[in-house]
Design a binder for this molecule. Structure first.
Ligand code: NAD
Length: 381
């Protein structure tokens, strides 16, 4: 059966908007996918951002106002990739117009915005998912599936981490991601939190309480003319949560760490997930993307073994199964998952994060902010 054309409009032609245009250009990497996406429109008030898309042959609409794309019935799917303070108006308008969209995380600047967005999505006919691509690394998928299988037995603890060091240079200029007004009071949790929340929430590890340690290390950054400007977002956040493996029938609480760091010396862009239980364990880190490690007790020995999952993610690819997988492949696979699910053809493959998972993540980040003030563990509101 021929793949169904999907006309995509990009709102926000920055870093992530360009990634989507690039991955549509290499869609042929996927085998037998039911959709054939192409980016046909971009909306961005910045002319330079729009101009980049003039190099994408399929783009014919260049708008300075996102309403033009939300109102355009010839567009099938919107990709919403704008600063966090703009999420609420845009996402709600898209849902109310009945538009299908993939919305960038954190899906609203704070819990209140996310609650209103998700209510609008729930009241709409739109097919909506939330961007979170790191779990599409083959090792991450295998690690997640291993935990879901129950192979770990009684779970002892779970750690989910995203660590980079893009803010280690104090001379780096201020931008919207480093200001609470535009990034959100949740700071680094808005930037990286959905990435660490996606797999644990999918496995059913919803936190009951959160104890947070939040650090604002770099408090000013140079503005456009070099003058110091307040950099009032959390750089690093360590959340110590209690949860349980209720999805596999256990109500016994165990500890779970969610760690998001913009300043993690030695890390470029490392996403990792680890879970340990009485019968087994598993860990995966994108620093070492070709292997995942599994723990078992065998013949009285404690054994960590390495497994090479190959190039096998959510959707089959023409690339050889022995070839290495990277960040751009994870994005391609997330979009393959979103568009296949939209066509009703994802089957039991790993699905893109849902609006309700984003809302759950926001409830955790909100509890983290309260915990940072009270100095105690806080329940989810
Ligand atoms: N999934 C990921 O790995 C990942 C990585 C980075 C950022 N993000 C998310 O993507 C979103 C965008 O981040 P980014 O890094 O691409 O930012 P960016 O600053 O590179 O790009 C944002 C773009 O939005 C444009 N914009 C501003 N106001 C607008 C408006 N009113 N209408 C339309 N466009 C407008 C800006 O001009 C800019 O081109 C954020 O939600 C962020 O959290 C996700």
């Amino acid at each position: 059966m021929a793949a169904r054309p999907v006309r995509i409009g990009v709102v926000g032609g920055g870093l992530m908007g360009r990634e989507l245009a690039a991955l549509c250009g290499r869609w042929l990497h996927l085998s037998g996918h039911p959709a054939a996406p192409e980016v046909v429109a971009v909306a961005d008030p910045n002319p330079a951002a729009r101009d980049w898309f003039r190099g994408v042959p399929s783009v014919t609409t260049f708008a300075d106002d996102w309403r033009q794309l939300v109102d355009d019935d010839s567009i099938d799917v919107l990709y919403l990739a704008v600063p966090h303070n703009l999420h609420e108006d845009l996402y709600i308008a898209a849902a109310q117009a009945g538009r299908d969209f993939l919305g960038e995380k954190p899906f609203g600047i704070d819990l209140a915005a996310a609650t209103r967005i998700v209510a609008a999505v729930d009241a709409s006919s739109s097919f909506v998912r939330v961007s979170s691509e790191m779990p599409f690394f083959p090792g991450a998928l295998r690690a997640s599936a291993y935990v879901a299988s129950g192979a770990l037995g009684d779970i002892l603890d779970v750690r989910s981490q995203f660590a980079h060091s893009s803010d280690i240079d104090r001379g780096k200029q201020i931008n919207w991601k480093r200001r609470a007004e535009t990034c959100g009071e949740i700071g680094v949790m808005g930037d990286l939190g959905m990435h660490v929340a996606h797999v644990p929430l999918r496995l059913g590890f919803t936190p009951s309480t959160v104890y947070a340690m939040l650090d604002d290390v770099v408090q000013t950054r140079p503005g456009p003319t070099g003058e110091p400007v307040a950099c009032d977002t959390w750089d690093n956040a360590l959340l110590a949560c209690r949860t349980s493996d209720s999805a596999r029938g256990s109500s016994r609480p165990f500890s779970m760490l969610w760690e998001t760091r913009r300043i993690a010396p030695g890390n470029m862009n490392s996403w990792s997930f680890e879970a340990l239980g009485m019968d087994g364990g598993v860990r995966f880190n994108t620093r070492n993307p070709t292997v995942l490690e599994r723990f078992a007790r065998r013949d009285g020995e404690q054994v960590w073994e390495t497994v090479q999952p190959g190039n096998v993610s959510a959707w089959p690819m023409i690339s050889g199964g022995i070839f290495e997988f990277g960040f751009a492949d994870a994005l391609l696979q997330m979009w393959a998952s979103y568009l296949a699910e939209r066509e009703g053809e994802l089957g039991d493959r790993f699905a893109t994060a849902t609006p309700h998972e984003a809302l759950e993540a926001h409830r955790v980040f909100d509890a983290a902010l309260r915990s940072n003030v009270s100095g105690s563990a806080e329940s989810l509101g």
